[in-house]
Design a protein around this ligand. Structure first.
Ligand SMILES: *[C@@H]1O[C@H](CO)[C@@H](O)[C@H](O)[C@H]1NC(C)=O
Ligand SMILES: *[C@@H]1O[C@H](CO)[C@@H](O)[C@H](O)[C@H]1NC(C)=O
Ligand SMILES: *[C@@H]1O[C@H](CO)[C@@H](O)[C@H](O)[C@H]1NC(C)=O
Length: 369
């Protein structure tokens, strides 16, 4: 009887202890929302749509943990202007979209700039892609049409100024105007509800799930308006050569990792909210004189549209830009190699694996890994 009196409180303590432990365990694994499940689904290791060879690339992709962005459909904007008789453009468009759709198990809103004919063509191409890869057909993309004529009219003042500074003299107004639309996406009325957007050139092919690119938004600071990969040729070394002659120690036009190399605009992450808020950025759109002064300061006369604007701005306002890893816009063009043979590879080097391959200056990408 005496021993029972001693054992009883010990038993009670033991039961209490077990109950507390169970409570802790339930708190950890019990009523957590299903967002954890989704996060796991998106990681490279467990996603069934990711090629094995990208597994070791995990370190290059930082998976952020904001809940909201994972719930979002991915907004993608692709320019598809004057495509009717342009077989090359159609083929690029098919290739790009097939690479996006077939490697991703996610929902998209695809914005297409073009006219009514381009729109019909784009729709039929996208339907044919979904028919070809039947298993994803359940994820119907939402397609949104951005009338290129209306957009050009909306942004005409900005476009005129930019054309003056960053275009070569030949060519039609219309064909060039589309290269300047990316500067002022936040001012397009039909995009007024859009907060984040990936804009991507048609001569690009995705090699992994575009969701991983979208997730990079989570690493961008609130003051970073665009995520862009650097230009992978000495293009801006050339364009700034007069300035570089006057300023021997400048970083402008120098190769990575320390130079201000300039950007390529083939892949753009655009935070439209921060663009709307940025007084500094918008001052460059609204006061052309400011931009003209900047161009004069660096003796900068470009010919590559929006990426010239971003590059020029980055010389003075580096903080506006997030540098995407080169693997997210692996450019294949080697046009400048023969002119700058000694330094070319300092610009061109980029370590595989590549997540988005860019066949710029008409370089074939079919077999490039
Ligand atoms: C479409 O392309 C054709 C041929 O290159 C050109 O003549 C025409 O001006 C372009 N139209 C528009 C609306 O850009
Ligand atoms: C933007 O959102 C508002 C409010 O939800 C809606 O009424 C409007 O139609 C939307 N506009 C566009 C262009 O999507
Ligand atoms: C986009 O910019 C806004 C405004 O600066 C900021 O609050 C938001 O966090 C940014 N979004 C992302 C995903 O970085």
């Amino acid at each position: 009887m005496k021993s029972m009196k001693i054992i009883q409180p010990i038993l009670v303590a033991l039961v209490l202890y077990i109950v507390i432990i169970l409570c802790i365990i339930f708190k950890m694994f019990g009523n957590e929302p299903d967002s954890t499940l989704k996060l796991q689904d998106l990681t490279i290791g467990s996603s069934k749509f990711i090629d094995k060879k990208f597994q070791h690339a995990k370190t290059l992709i930082n998976f952020g943990l904001s809940k909201d962005i994972f719930k979002e459909k991915i907004n993608i904007l692709i320019q598809f202007v004057n495509a009717t008789n342009n077989i090359r453009l159609q083929r690029h468009f098919y290739n790009l979209l097939e690479s996006i759709i077939s490697k991703s198990d996610t929902e998209f809103i695809i914005f297409i700039t073009g006219d009514a004919n381009d729109w019909m063509l784009a729709k039929s191409i996208i339907i044919s892609i979904y028919k070809k890869i039947k298993q994803h057909f359940r994820l119907h993309p939402i397609m949104q049409y951005l009338d290129i004529n209306a957009v050009t009219k909306e942004l005409s003042k900005i476009i005129l100024v930019m054309q003056d500074l960053f275009s070569s003299p030949a060519g039609s107004y219309y064909s060039k105007s589309l290269f300047f639309i990316p500067l002022a996406l936040h001012r397009i009325n039909s995009l007024r509800n859009v907060t984040h957007l990936i804009m991507i050139d048609v001569d690009i092919e995705l090699r992994t799930d575009i969701r991983h690119l979208y997730n990079i938004f989570l690493q961008m600071g609130p003051e970073q308006l665009f995520g862009l990969a650097r230009e992978q040729q000495p293009t801006y070394r050339h364009i700034t050569s007069a300035y570089r002659k006057r300023h021997k120690k400048t970083a402008v036009g120098n190769p990575p990792p320390f130079g201000l190399t300039g950007f390529n605009s083939g892949v753009k992450l655009v935070n439209l909210t921060s663009l709307r808020h940025s007084k500094l950025y918008n001052s460059y759109l609204d006061y052309p004189v400011k931009l003209k002064h900047l161009a004069d300061k660096f003796s900068f006369r470009g010919h590559l549209g929006d990426q010239d604007f971003f590059t020029l701005l980055s010389f003075l306002h580096k903080d506006m830009f997030y540098e995407l890893p080169c693997q997210w816009n692996r450019q294949l063009c080697e046009w400048w190699r023969s002119i700058y043979p000694l330094v070319f590879d300092q610009y061109f080097n980029c370590t595989p694996p590549f997540f988005a391959v860019h066949g710029n200056c008409d370089t074939k990408i079919e077999s490039y890994y």
